[in-house]
Design a protein around this ligand. Sequence first.
Ligand SMILES: Nc1ncnc2c1ncn2[C@@H]1O[C@H](COP(=O)(O)OP(=O)(O)O)[C@@H](O)[C@H]1O
Ligand SMILES: [Mg+2]
Length: 253
Amino acid sequence: MLKMINVTKAFGGVVATNDFSADFEPGSLSAIIGPNGAGKTTLFNLITGKLKPDSGSIMFNGEEIAGLSPRAIVKRGIGRAFQVASIFPTFTVAQALEGAVLAHRSKMSDLLRPFSQPSSRQRAEELMEMLGMTSRAGTLSSHLSHGDQKLLDIGLALALEPRLLLLDEPTAGMGPEERLQMIERVHFLWQREKITIIFIEHDMDIVFARAQMIRVLYYGALLAEGTPDQIRTNQKVIDAYLGHGFADDEVTA
Ligand SMILES: Nc1ncnc2c1ncn2[C@@H]1O[C@H](COP(=O)(O)OP(=O)(O)O)[C@@H](O)[C@H]1O
Ligand SMILES: [Mg+2]
């Protein structure tokens, strides 16, 4: 579905993305981890068209998307959660979601629409239910808790019907309990919507619990990729990032 081939992006002397290649499976829930400044957000900026790679190829469903505008890339089905909730401070949760559904549909060709599509209000209600936000339908987005704002951001991204959803640290600024709830919610949305999700995350427990595939970035390059068990016991990852005491006794060099 998403295939990155030898992608490189430098800012002056800083190589933020260094010859990065990866093949993201359709329908997967995968994570990207790595220390601060490793190039995780840059990777998302390249995929969504905010940045153009210096070299390399980014294929989405068999089509080259490197260098396309962000708008053209959203149209092809790649969504990302922005801090959009703060853009609509005077909208309620229900209004913001319905507005996003409407805005998206007005841009789509009628031919691409399924016949039995729910109304935009129905879809907004469905999204609120999926997000667990039905009780906050009438709350102004500026009055939401930090966690609920993050959820609304994800809902607004889902309103655009992405096939691939990118989440850059959806649990940022949350306590341990709230982090767990957020990632369970992301997992639920992933199952329910049957889309591909890539998330960036710092909390290793969360990554190991819910990602099917993990990719570790280190100075812009792919240090390792694999299942949670493979990453947990990968010596390169342990040395570079996880440190000691993380992979207990199962470590094999
Ligand atoms: N627009 C930019 N201009 C200059 N340098 C940037 C820009 N974006 C990112 N960088 C640099 O690229 C490196 C990777 O940054 P980033 O992708 O934000 O890392 P991460 O998300 O893993 O913390 C950092 O050294 C950062 O300072
Ligand atoms: Mg980042």
